[in-house]
Write a protein that binds this ligand. Sequence first.
Ligand code: 13P
Ligand code: MG
Ligand code: MG
Length: 376
Amino acid sequence: MKVTISVIKADVGSVGGHTKPTQKMMDSVKKMVTAAIKKKLIIDGKVTHTGDDICLIMSHTKGSDNPKIHQFAWDCFIKATGFADECGCYGAGQDLLVDAPSGNVRGAGPGVAELTFTFDRKDPRPAESFMVFAADKCGPGAYNLPLLLAFADPMYCAGLMLPKMIKGFRFEIIDMNNTKGGDHIITLNAPDDMYEIAMLLRDGERFGIRNIYSRTYDEPAAALSTDRLHSIAGKYTGKDDPVALIRTQGIFPAPEEIVSPFAKVPYVGGDARGSHNMPLMPVPINTAVTGLYCLPIVSCLGFSLQRNGRFSDYEVDFFDNPAWDLVRLKAQEKALEIRSQGWYGNAMLPYEELEYSGFKTTMNKLLKKFKVKKRK
Ligand code: 13P
Ligand code: MG
Ligand code: MG
């Protein structure tokens, strides 16, 4: 059968600032997911939060971009918004940027990552395992470096030297600044086009990985959410906070090869007011954002699929392990280091990125006050 995994997330309000959703909000979405399983709309579903973003992880047979699944996710977020509003939460309904989506929440605010694949437990996929990453307080480019290293650099993924992966992976990269007429996508192959890929992915504010495919098996390996909220809203309404869905093992990198590059804790755009550069810290699932200057966080759950398409009884929380404590410390050291220069230089994002925020108003007022002094 063809199975689809849909990961849909949104920030619809949080308690005490941009920290986490309330228990009531989470419970309301969980209740709706249980009912959707009962009604057979979805096969299975799991509700998590990473910082203030609620994430729905669902398996079903309706395919990617299915209106019923997208509407269901939207209804869940609307319900949670009601509870956020009721208890005076910050940013109730923040990421729901249109009144009602037209059958697809892509471009309406929520972040979407979906993969559809044949699930028959036969070669080359006798078992299906996948990971779901969710990041808060950062832009979609947050995964550019770690996923390029995991899928294209044998220094991080020795598995690339194995026959099943030696031909490499195909990357679909999106120009997130360019939304005219649809999605602007370039397809490049690793390792052949490695330098061209690096040329684009170095700029995570503009270019992001949207999909990755196995070149040997032509199988989808990864899907990422790449919508920029400010492009939809025309102004700053919160950070994009991307999700990534990645199939693992066998013909794809193993989980350890995928999580290892996250030990780099790269500086990513986002953080306080979505306007700074700070390191991306791996954290357990359902962690609130309470760190220094909205230190960006990333969570990672691992799943297996049962024969009926349900998730295995237990998922694994990759970053909820003492093995990541030192990495978390490194992230905080890097955070303290860059915060020591406050607003100066690359501690903040370049002006073009602040263009959608209130900083632009302050800047424009100042620019008007400049006077030309003729040179003698
Ligand atoms: P969120 O998008 O997670 O709400 O964060 C926005 C922000 O500006 C934090 O300071
Ligand atoms: Mg928020
Ligand atoms: Mg958020």
